[in-house]
Design a protein around this ligand. Structure first.
Ligand SMILES: *[C@@H]1O[C@H](CO)[C@@H](O)[C@H](O)[C@H]1NC(C)=O
Ligand SMILES: *[C@@H]1O[C@H](CO)[C@@H](O)[C@H](O)[C@H]1NC(C)=O
Ligand SMILES: *[C@@H]1O[C@H](CO)[C@@H](O)[C@H](O)[C@H]1NC(C)=O
Ligand SMILES: *[C@@H]1O[C@H](CO)[C@@H](O)[C@H](O)[C@H]1NC(C)=O
Ligand SMILES: *[C@@H]1O[C@H](CO)[C@@H](O)[C@H](O)[C@H]1NC(C)=O
Ligand SMILES: *[C@@H]1O[C@H](CO)[C@@H](O)[C@H](O)[C@H]1NC(C)=O
Ligand SMILES: *[C@@H]1O[C@H](CO)[C@@H](O)[C@H](O)[C@H]1NC(C)=O
Ligand SMILES: *[C@@H]1O[C@H](CO)[C@@H](O)[C@H](O)[C@H]1NC(C)=O
Ligand SMILES: *[C@@H]1O[C@H](CO)[C@@H](O)[C@H](O)[C@H]1NC(C)=O
Length: 454
C-alpha cells in the first residue's frame, strides 16, 4: 500500500501519469479481446457427440455448456450457426430447429429438415410436445450462468445428419461456428476432435460412450457485443450530501436537435403510446429514459450507516430501458471488504475467487419469484438490497475506500464516476486524497472503451 502522505504530495499530473503507466502495463489484458480478469476461464463449450452411425450419416447430440460464472443467455435466446464441410443435410432435429429449410429440390420423396450449407439453429420454446423434446432442450434458448444455476447452464438438441461420413475416418467436422446470444459478442474457435464422451446410465451400473466427439469453444468480448457502455455507477454516502451521478454521456448523449426522440421523457403525456410507437420500429436497440448518462442500467451504491464494528451499504439497480425486462439479471461487485460480508438482504450472494487467495469479488442476483426479474423502465424498474460488512483491517471511510472498485451488470462493465469526484469525509484533506486503486480502476473502465475503438 502506498503511504497516503507521500501520495498526497504528488501533483495531480504525476498521479495521472502513474495511473496511465499502470494502465498501459495492463494494456495487454484489456485488449486481449475476450479476456475477463474476474472469469479468466469463462467460455461456452459446444460439444457434438455422435451417438450412432446411420446408412448415410450420423445422429449427434449437441450440447452447449455455459462455463461462464456470471454471463447468461437471456430471451430471446441463442442462435447457433455453422458451415457444413461437404454437402451434408439435416434429416431431422429434436429439441431445436433450423430457421430456414433452404433448397431441398434435389430430394425426391423424403424431404430433409434443412439443406442449407450454413444452417442457423434455434432452441424450441417451452411447452413443446414431449415427443419433440430431449433433456435440456426447449427453454427458448435461455441458458443460465454457471454460478447462478448450474443445473440450467446447458442446452441440448439432437440432429440427424445425412450425406455425411459414416465412420470416424470419413466424417468431416462442421466449420465456422457462430453463436449469437442473442446479439453479437461471442467468437467461436474451430471444432476439435476430442476423447469420446462417456455416459453413465441413471442407475450407475453401465457406462456407454459416443462414437466420436468434437468440441467448439466460444468466448465473449464486450467490445464485440456493443460499441458503447450499457451501464454506469452512481455513488452517495451518509457522511456527505453530494450524490455523485453517472458520468455525463456515458452511454450516449441527448441529441434533441439531431435525433429528436432518441430518448423518452418520463413526464411526457401519453408515455405508453410513445414507447409503443418506438416498439414498432423493428430492432432491439434500447429505448432509454432521458438522463444525463443515457445508460439502460444504473447501479447506485450508497454508504448508508456506520456502526462500531459493522457498516452498511444499499445497492439499487435501475432499469432505464423501456424495451427490456431483464430476467435472471446478475451483478458482480469487487470491493475489498467482501471477505467479511456478514449479511445480505433480498439478493443471493456467492463469492467469486478467480485468484484463490483473494476474496474481494461477489456475485449478486435476485431471489427467484421475488426480484430476479428487473422490469422495464418505469415505477417498478428497479431492485435493491442492503449489505452488512464487518469492518476488516483496512476499513476506512477515507479515500473512497467504501466505494466499489468494479461493477458488472450481466457480465458487462459498468462505468464508474471519476475518483476525484467521490464524496469525501468532511475535514478529510484534499480532493486528491483518493485511493490509487479506485483511480486506476476508473481510468481502466473509462479508457478501455476509448482504446477499444482505436
Ligand atoms: C472452458 O471452460 C472450462 C470450464 O471452466 C475449462 O475447463 C476449459 O479449459 C475452458 N476452455 C477453454 C478453451 O478455455
Ligand atoms: C475411430 O474408431 C476406431 C475403432 O473403430 C478407433 O480405433 C479410433 O481411435 C477412432 N478414431 C477416432 C478419431 O475417434
Ligand atoms: C463464416 O461465417 C460468417 C458469418 O456467418 C461469414 O461471414 C464468413 O464468410 C464465413 N467464413 C467462411 C470461411 O465460411
Ligand atoms: C469437451 O467438452 C466437454 C464438455 O464441455 C468437456 O467435458 C471436455 O473436457 C472437453 N474436451 C476437451 C478436450 O476440451
Ligand atoms: C433534451 O431534452 C430534454 C427534455 O426532453 C432536456 O431536459 C434536455 O436538456 C435536452 N438536452 C439538450 C442537449 O438540449
Ligand atoms: C415486461 O414485463 C411486463 C410484465 O410481465 C410486460 O407487461 C411488458 O410488456 C414487458 N416488456 C417488455 C419490453 O418485454
Ligand atoms: C469469502 O468471504 C465470504 C464472506 O465472508 C465467505 O462466506 C466465503 O466463504 C469466503 N470464500 C472464500 C473462498 O474464502
Ligand atoms: C475478515 O476475513 C478474513 C478472511 O476471511 C479473516 O482472516 C479476518 O479475520 C476477517 N476479519 C474480521 C475483522 O472478521
Ligand atoms: C462532499 O464531497 C464532495 C466531492 O464529491 C465535495 O466537493 C464536498 O465538499 C464534500 N462535502 C463536504 C461537506 O465535505
Amino acid at each position: 500500500m502506498m503511504d497516503s502522505s507521500c501520495f498526497r504530495s504528488l501533483s495531480k499530473f504525476t498521479t495521472f501519469a502513474i495511473s496511465l503507466l499502470l494502465f498501459l502495463s495492463c494494456f495487454s489484458f484489456t485488449t486481449t479481446e475476450a479476456y475477463d480478469a474476474l472469469d479468466p476461464n469463462g467460455n461456452i463449450t459446444i460439444k457434438w457427440d455422435v451417438i450412432s452411425w446411420t446408412p448415410d450419416g450420423y445422429v449427434a447430440v449437441v450440447t452447449m455448456f455455459n462455463f461462464q460464472q456470471y454471463r447468461h443467455i437471456q430471451a430471446p435466446g441463442w442462435t447457433l450457426g455453422w458451415t457444413w464441410a461437404k454437402k451434408e443435410v439435416i434429416w431431422s432435429m429434436v429439441g431445436a430447429q433450423t430457421t430456414e429449410q433452404g433448397d431441398c429440390s434435389r430430394f425426391k420423396g423424403n424431404t430433409p429438415h434443412c439443406c442449407k450449407k450454413d444452417p442457423t439453429t434455434v432452441d424450441l420454446l417451452p411447452g413443446t410436445p414431449y415427443n419433440q423434446q430431449i433433456a435440456n432442450c426447449c427453454k427458448g434458448g435461455v441458458i443460465n450462468s454457471w454460478v447462478q444455476d448450474p443445473a440450467n447452464a446447458a442446452s441440448s438438441f439432437q440432429v440427424s445428419v445425412g450425406a455425411a461420413g459414416t465412420t470416424n475416418k470419413t466424417v468431416r467436422v462442421p466449420k465456422n461456428f457462430t453463436l449469437r446470444a442473442p446479439g453479437p459478442g461471442y467468437t467461436c474457435g474451430p471444432a476439435k476432435i476430442v476423447k469420446p464422451t462417456q455416459f453413465t446410465t441413471p442407475d450407475g451400473r453401465r457406462v456407454t460412450q459416443a462414437m466420436m466427439t468434437w468440441n467448439v469453444t466460444c468466448t465473449y468480448s464486450q467490445f464485440l457485443a456493443q460499441k458503447t457502455p450499457t451501464c454506469c455507477v452512481s455513488l452517495s454516502s451518509f457522511y456527505n450530501d453530494t450524490i455523485v451521478p453517472c458520468p455525463t454521456c456515458t452511454c450516449g448523449c441527448q441529441a434533441n436537435a439531431t435525433h429528436p426522440g432518441s430518448c423518452v421523457d418520463p413526464d411526457a403525456p401519453h408515455l405508453a403510446s410513445v414507447v409503443a410507437d418506438h416498439g414498432k420500429s423493428n430492432n432491439f436497440a434500447p429505448l432509454v429514459q432521458c438522463t444525463s448518462h443515457m445508460c439502460p442500467i444504473r447501479v447506485h451504491w450508497h454508504v448508508k450507516l456506520n456502526y462500531k464494528e459493522y457498516w452498511r451499504v444499499k445497492v439499487t439497480i435501475t432499469n432505464f430501458n423501456y424495451r427490456m425486462n431483464y430476467t435472471l439479471w446478475n451483478l458482480v461487485v469487487q470491493h475489498p471488504n467482501f471477505d467479511n460480508l456478514t449479511q445480505i438482504f433480498s439478493f443471493n450472494y456467492k463469492p467469486l475467487t478467480p485468484y484463490q487467495a483473494i476474496n474481494d469479488t461477489a456475485m449478486l442476483w435476485g431471489v427467484k419469484f421475488y426480484n430476479d426479474f428487473l422490469m422495464q423502465a418505469g415505477p417498478f424498474g428497479n431492485v435493491q438490497s442492503e449489505l452488512l460488512f464487518q469492518k476488516d483491517n483496512s476499513f476506512t471511510f477515507d479515500k473512497g475506500w467504501a466505494f466499489p472498485q468494479r461493477i458488472y451488470f450481466n457480465g458487462d462493465n459498468c462505468v464508474m464516476p471519476p475518483p476525484d469526484s467521490y464524496p469525501y469525509l468532511p475535514n478529510a484533506g484534499s480532493r486528491r486524497d483518493i485511493s490509487i486503486v479506485a483511480l486506476v480502476t476508473a481510468l481502466l473502465s473509462s479508457l478501455a472503451f476509448f482504446f477499444a475503438r482505436l
